[in-house]
Design a protein around this ligand. Structure first.
Ligand code: IFM
Length: 450
């Protein structure tokens, strides 16, 4: 049996996001977010599920921290709900919301768990959506003001900040495909929203530097390495374009302050987007991050667009692969390829895997434990690939499982389960799954037994 030993001080964590776990949707002065609004719109979320109660973490955070302690987590990534701090997106801060995160952060620190805080995990205050949301520049300055408030209050205790989670999903699922809040179907608006999210990120990084805070700041991107479906020239070209749209459209502005020219040209022709104001790219170029957060779940196999289609390419589903319940191909080599590529193409940044995990229905109970062997195997294969990337010189500082516990999986409601801890939504009782106990041993030994 081989062992894969991780570097000393490797940050082992697990992740969640506010709307997916907190519940208490209207408590202590919280305002409405686009996800409150969207999930209450009939037909948008499977079976009409909402995050009104979710995992009731807002009231059960202490119990959840106790479970994190039992798992031996070194770090916990969670997000702050902007509408808890500013119910209308801006104006007067809401003490009730501030108090909740104050307690959470203090209790985590007391437990010896490092908080890694995401400022935006998709819950835009609804009142800003009503003025156009991210398709307009409207939310940019309120976001920076919200960040300032949060930095002032928690900046002494939080060492790791993530400005945005997955701007690609926020923009494209929210504004182009319509399957996420706010549910629009307008591709030009999506490209514009992505740009505005990135500008908000850059302005927040600039503010963070101006405030001279002692922590580190980064951004989390969902990255999907692309592979051509065949050796044909057409498929190879299509895979490069897909990489440009899915990955470089976010990596290039974050690291270089530019957009990839192939995709920019296509968007200009087809959508007359994005409109970029003077100074935006310079701002992005100067917004140096301390680390890149990567969410990796799967790869994309890409072929040329079907004849007559207006798409730039098409994604192909490899027949002989294994898939998770989300129908995402299980492809651990992808995380290795991605990490090594980022090292080479983007000047060897520090990296955190801020999400990685798999949706599977709970397995049968064996010896009193939920035997989620498929999830355990997914995590193990990916961590072995990550270990190999570290061996290849990638500066990878930590890893967060998605997710700490089962939660509200957006448009899928509560049907899809990513947790290493099970949540019984009828009773709100939590049970550590077999993958959770396995992860506990990995953390304890700082090593995977192959
Ligand atoms: O649940 C989501 C999370 O909010 C963002 N990244 C992907 C996860 C699984 O879909």
């Amino acid at each position: 049996m081989s062992s894969f030993i991780f570097p000393k001080n490797f940050l082992w964590g697990a992740a969640t996001a506010a709307y997916q776990i907190e519940g208490a949707a209207k408590e202590d002065g919280k305002g409405e977010s686009i996800w409150d609004h969207f999930s209450h719109t009939p037909g948008k979320v499977y079976q009409g599920d909402t995050g009104d109660i979710a995992c009731d973490h807002y009231h059960r955070y202490q119990e959840d921290i106790d479970i994190m302690t039992e798992l031996g987590l070194k770090a916990y990534r969670f997000s702050i709900a902007w509408p808890r701090i500013f119910p209308e997106g801006k104006g007067r801060a809401n003490q009730g919301g501030i108090d909740f995160y104050d307690r959470l952060i203090d209790k985590l620190l007391e437990a010896g768990i490092t908080p890694a805080v995401t400022l935006y995990h998709w819950d835009l205050p609804q009142s800003l959506q009503e003025q156009g949301g991210w398709a307009k520049r409207i939310p940019i300055d309120p976001f920076v003001d919200y960040a300032e408030q949060v930095f002032k209050i928690f900046g002494d205790r939080v060492q790791q900040w993530i400005t945005l989670n997955e701007p690609q999903v926020a923009a494209f699922c929210g504004y182009a495909y319509g399957n996420h809040a706010p549910g629009l179907q307008d591709q030009a608006a999506a490209v514009q929203a992505a740009h505005h999210l990135l500008v908000a990120h850059a302005k927040t990084v600039r503010l963070f530097r101006q405030m001279n805070l002692k922590g580190q700041i980064g951004i989390t991107l969902n990255l999907t390495p692309t592979y051509p479906a065949s050796t044909s020239r057409e498929d190879q070209k299509a895979a490069i374009l897909a990489d440009s749209e899915k990955n470089r459209w976010f990596l290039d502005p974050v690291f270089k302050g530019t957009y990839p020219e192939d995709m920019a040209e296509l968007y200009r022709q087809k959508l007359q987007a994005p409109r970029i104001e003077d100074g935006d790219l310079e701002l992005l170029k100067r917004a140096n991050i301390d680390f890149l957060g990567i969410n990796y779940y799967s790869r994309a196999v890409i072929g040329q667009a079907a004849p007559g289609s207006s798409d730039f390419y098409q994604q192909v589903r490899p027949d002989h692969s294994a898939y998770t319940d989300m129908d995402w191909e299980i492809y651990p080599d992808g995380i290795y390829d991605l990490l090594v590529r980022i090292k080479h193409d983007y000047d060897d940044p520090h990296i955190l895997i801020t999400e990685n995990g798999a949706a599977f229905q709970d397995g049968i109970i064996q010896n009193g434990i939920i035997a989620d062997d498929d999830r355990l195997d997914y995590l193990k294969q990916h961590l072995i690939a990550i270990h190999k990337a570290i061996g290849a010189g990638v500066r990878l500082d930590g890893y967060f499982v998605w997710s700490f516990m089962d939660n509200f999986e957006w448009a899928y409601g509560y049907t899809e389960k990513f947790g290493i801890v099970q949540v019984d939504y009828r009773t709100q009782s939590r049970s550590i799954k077999k993958s959770g106990y396995w992860y506990r041993d990995v953390i304890q030994n700082n090593c995977i037994q192959g």
